[in-house]
Design a protein around this ligand. Sequence first.
Ligand SMILES: Cc1cc2nc3c(=O)[nH]c(=O)nc-3n(C[C@H](O)[C@H](O)[C@H](O)COP(=O)(O)OP(=O)(O)OC[C@H]3O[C@@H](n4cnc5c(N)ncnc54)[C@H](O)[C@@H]3O)c2cc1C
Length: 435
Amino acid sequence: MSDYIDCHYARSRVDQTQRPYLDGTIAAGTVVVGGGLAGLTIALELARGGHSVVLLEGRRIGWGASGRNGGFCAPGYALGYDRIAHIAGEESARELLDLSRDGVDYVANNLAAFGNKVDTRHRGHISARRIPARGDLERYRDKMAALGVALRVQGIEETRALLKSPLYFESIVEPTCFAMQPLDYALAMAREIERLGGKVFENSPALSTGRFGASHLAATPRGKVSAHHLVICTGGYTGRLIPALRRAMLPIATYAMASEANDALLDGAIATPMCVSDDRRAGDYYRRATDGRLIWGGRITARTRDPADFAALLRQDMIEVYPQLATLRIDSAWSGLMAYARHYMPQVGKLDEGLWYCTAFGGHGLNTTAAAGGLIASAIAEGDDRYRLFEPFGLAWNGGPLGPAAAQLTYWKLQLQDWWAERGVAQKNVGTARG
Ligand SMILES: Cc1cc2nc3c(=O)[nH]c(=O)nc-3n(C[C@H](O)[C@H](O)[C@H](O)COP(=O)(O)OP(=O)(O)OC[C@H]3O[C@@H](n4cnc5c(N)ncnc54)[C@H](O)[C@@H]3O)c2cc1C
């Protein structure tokens, strides 16, 4: 039997429920494969609409990226607005942007319904520059204002008053983002699905799928589900169940750690409850959790095995930004797999009558699983075809065996570009200091 990996969220989760595995044959309106936030959202929305639904999770609820992430729930996608508009057209890009913002509200509303209301004082996301912005942020703010998105620019002094590091320059604040304990959220969703009559099975990997007349079948080691609709939500852990999906995504590993609770030390470095990230192509992101810890994430690798020293690398990244945190003890560090499509957008759609997929949310999955999951649920329940907004971002080939190497090289190239840009700034600063 699988259990959670050892990480801060598994240690601090409030719900210890162990769910049964599927034993025998059952029928349902919909069977969802994958108990991350995508699958849970679809199952929950179907259950809320009174539809019969079974969710099969191969390990534990939220065992994948959904129970291991940084916990930032922010609008947008892994792909920037301009690229989305370039591929899908301006009108669809606006709709997708609105959808991504609705995704943030959806999660906040669920949290409130589960008795864990988002504290408005903790809302906001600071994106800080590691090289001077020279008016870029004001231009970006004005462009997004025309799309109805209100952002606020902070000058260098204001930024450094909150983030006490000389590595930061200006910053831009997005006010609706909030942070959460993602595994607790996933577990609360599972409880709600069950309360509404849905069935949730753990340690029940779908090993094969097939069609029998108008029904789809999903077979697990000890059972079978037959259903009118089958939805695949297996994220970065997508195996060979549906080869077309495996060929269209790259599993990318990323890393996070949680410190000891130490408000006194953290006050001298990060004087804000907001989520923080930097503007680098391959940047750091972090936040102060309400229990006094620092959650810090960053780095990616396209290798399937973790580098042995990733915890030390993350700690080094943290101390480079905040040398004052050198004595902060790190309590746990972990990795997780994100699913990336080559176009960086979610893969959401229909492979065959009644056979759906909702996956590839990359590093921006907390709001987008909610947005896309809601669309798939309403496609199943009501024939709503808004899921087609994602059609321009199809199941592009992942590059086969060369895909991971290409992704790793791209990441190293981006890191190098960041290093080069910041080196220029550091040299100028030394020059200015020498006078
Ligand atoms: C370290 C880290 C930090 C991140 N930080 C953020 C963040 O701060 N903000 C943000 O928005 N996003 C973040 N992300 C990304 C976000 O977590 C993901 O995009 C999102 O959780 C994906 O959800 P999912 O349901 O698609 O996949 P997952 O949560 O990975 O769920 C897929 C599930 O499918 C199951 N599964 C696979 N195959 C089968 C099978 N055959 N049968 C049954 N079950 C199966 C797996 O066991 C897994 O539980 C981060 C990700 C990581 C790894």
